[in-house]
Design a protein around this ligand. Sequence first.
Ligand code: G3H
Length: 533
Amino acid sequence: MTLTWSRPSPDRDPGRFAGGMRYLVNGEVRDWKGASMEVHSPVYQPDGRGGLAKRVLGPCALLDAGVAKQAMEGAVKAYDSGRGKWPTASVTERIRHVETFLDRMEARRLEVARLLCWEVAKPWADALREFDRTVAYGRDTVSALKELDRASSRFTLDSGFFAQIRRSPFGVALCMGPYNYPLNEMYTTLLPALVMGNTVVAKLPRLGMLCNLPLLDAFAESFPPDVVSILTGEGSTVVTPLVESGAVDILAFIGSSKVANLIIQKHPRPNRLRTILGLGTKNPGIVLADADLKSTVDECVRGTMTFNGQRCTALGLIFVQRRIADAFAEHFSAAVASLRSGMPYEDGVTLTPLPEEGQVQRMSRLVEDAVAKGARVLNPGGGASDRTWFHPAVVYPVDRRMDLWTHETFGPVVPIAVFDDPREPLEWLAASPYGQQAALFGRDPAVVGPLVDALVNQVSRVNLNSQCQRGPDTFPFTGRKDSAEGTLSVTDALRVFSIRTLVASKADPSNTEVVQAVLRERTSRFLTTDYLF
Ligand code: G3H
């Protein structure tokens, strides 16, 4: 089974992107004259000689350790041990900068979405959704900070002490996002880090660099110099010197735990480093015999096939109770077969090429291993491949001997396993290194209730009769065990990138007088009851 490698309509074609050699350091968007790489889309197109070739999107700068050093020195200088203009700016001022950025960002919507669509083969509608969701996240972050600031303006009186308790920044944040959400997962850490008063160095993901670059001017025009730097290049060249400098105070990283650990180990003062990490997952779906078959299949298809299964919240193994296992597998397989495959810029497409050939090979190996050990591929053409295209495979029944039982798939291979007693998926989960979410499908409260009670102590979100997902973005997004460190959401991110800090004093008349004078004369931005919202 192959795909038709077609050509796009002109309005969804990014052309050759010329901005890939630009980077932001010391408040300036600069042109890089050094090493670069050609960025290839996973999309193949006719090469004019009767063959196919990957579409070249344009060059991208491979910055060096010298630029990384400049970015870090700038961030340290702008923070200035907490005395810099940015960390001491009022919340109102910082919000103004973020809002300016969001306005400018919105003006680049189509350009960013085109690159996002082509760079990682994200379906066009999903690329637009990711952009809009990111801007909305930024605006919601601003509203949440206004609320937080309002609440923190009050003084607390206890046991003869008074205090004003607020949140202060940590210092320099290093933000790194993943290829599957190269925009959204970058800005959901970068924007809260900035608005809380940290200075930020961002390293863009290896796949998904270009789609961020149309926003460099918006950053440069919206924030003071050195408050934010945006770098591209190889992690080993750029990230290593940043971390080895010892000046990173907080690391926000979404990706594999292997890479996260390599980065963290390079920090010379590990206790100084705070971490907010989104790592590996293998979220189980647990389908009880009384689940509504149609809606369960629909949710599980969305939970496994959205962006070809390349979501950290994807369902990684679906357990189905024996009585309905065959029926579920058959309906699920038919539903997957009905999904539309094609090029990411085509309307109505769900399944698209994978970012790299290596991903396709990894999917093939997982399927071959399961088939060699007795599982079957249920859907027609499942597991067929052509260059970066991998036709999704529904693999059934999967058991503990197969790699699919434990390996994170992060792609369009769906393992289905059979269980008799609901304790079986719970035991699987207890043995798993992961603990992000689970999806539980069923109706009998006598079974569902106790299962919920067991699951909530193994994962961080139980989705009842619905797929696993991050949103709405006001909900806490986190995980246990090897899946995450720290919690993100619009409000949680503000807390993650700041630390509770207070000014306290014995409530005697002379202290009261000093504090009242500071408030009256507005000599402090921390010790203040002003809020302008
Ligand atoms: O890859 C992890 C994403 O944050 C998941 O987000 O559940 O909205 O697709 P999503």
